[in-house]
Design a protein around this ligand. Structure first.
Ligand code: NAP
Length: 296
């Protein structure tokens, strides 16, 4: 029987409804409007489209939102000054710097300058460290979205064999850390695979939950997947252009083949992607509550 499709579009839309209610509540009860600034350097088309989508969502959800478009040749010092300005702006609760940055700017220095209480991307070492010790403040948005997809689709994580393909700091490592915590919606046995893994399919075939974030189109095929597994495809690969002029996308998983073997699978597009932006909004609400020391 073909796999159940886990629709990130549908689950993200449920969460956005919850966010709308929360925004209305914060406004009415505390006169707080969640504020998000997105900072982009240069005009990389993919980055522009990601930032535009983030701003559009923030606006639709009733946030206070600001977009800062910086010139490609902005100096590192000038960029750090912009971040520090927003660190001190009480109307802005979340600061997001769109990556990648031009080569002359030190990415770590930029991310480390963001006030950890406004780090809604969850990339500051303080927040990564807190996540690791089981006292997370902000989860990085894509891993947060993956965990919510699993929980809200009633996939059993506790005790599951989870295999993560990819060990990036933004997806692979944090999702592995999150799912191995002794906590609700976690408590799994987690294996992380990467290009140094000797026999990738040996590991993937043992996974009850297989999470793929390798950036390699259709590299996970049906023979690498256990019968009845849940497969989360994080990959977004541009493989051409549609007749309408939009980017043609595919995931890291061979969807057509794997859906015949898995019990549940995320599509690309429409799987993890819509969740990522939604979790950024949830983190911004959390940041707004944090600055006002509100509960919940
Ligand atoms: P990344 O930084 O390029 O990391 C890729 C990871 O996959 C690396 O750890 C690499 O291993 C590993 N890898 C690559 N080929 C492999 C192979 N053949 N076998 C085993 N491991 C392999 O990528 P990323 O930033 O995590 O992103 C991964 C994918 O997710 C990309 O397609 C990206 O566009 C997508 N993405 C989607 C979202 C979303 O919202 N939907 C968000 C973020 C990323 P090494 O460490 O050994 O090099």
């Amino acid at each position: 029987m073909p796999a159940r499709i886990i629709s990130g579009t549908e689950i993200a839309s449920q969460i956005r409804e919850e966010i709308r209610k929360e925004v209305a509540y914060l406004k009415e009860k505390y006169q707080v409007i969640p504020g998000l600034v997105t900072i982009i350097v240069g005009k990389n088309p993919a980055s522009v489209s990601y930032v535009t989508a983030k701003q559009k969502t923030a606006h639709e959800l009733g946030f206070y939102s600001v977009q800062e478009n910086m010139e490609e040749n902005i100096s590192e010092e000038a960029l750090l000054n912009v971040i520090m300005k927003y660190n001190g702006d009480p109307l802005v609760h979340g600061i997001l710097v769109q990556l990648p940055l031009p080569a002359h700017i030190n990415e770590s220095k930029v991310l480390y300058t963001i006030n950890p209480e406004k780090d809604v991307d969850g990339f500051h070492p303080v927040n990564i460290g807190r996540l690791m010790i089981g006292d997370a403040r902000f989860y990085p948005c894509t891993p947060y979205g993956i965990q919510q997809l699993l929980i809200r689709s009633n996939i059993r994580i506790e005790g599951a064999e989870v295999v993560v393909v990819g060990r990036s700091n933004i997806v692979g490592k944090p999702i592995a850390m999150m799912l191995c915590q002794k906590a609700k919606g976690a408590n799994a046995t987690v294996t992380i695979c990467h290009t140094g893994t000797k026999d990738l399919s040996f590991h993937t075939r043992h996974a009850d939950i297989l999470i793929v974030a390798a950036g390699k189109p259709k590299s996970i095929t049906a023979d690498m997947v256990k019968d009845g597994a849940t497969v989360i495809d994080v990959g977004v690969n541009r493989i051409g252009v549609t007749p309408e002029g939009k980017a043609r996308l595919c995931g890291d998983v061979d969807f057509e083949g794997v859906k015949e073997k898995a019990s549940a699978i995320t599509p690309v597009p429409g799987g993890v992607g819509p969740m990522t932006i939604t979790m950024l909004m949830l983190n911004t609400i959390k940041a707004a509550k944090l600055t006002r020391r509100l509960q919940g």
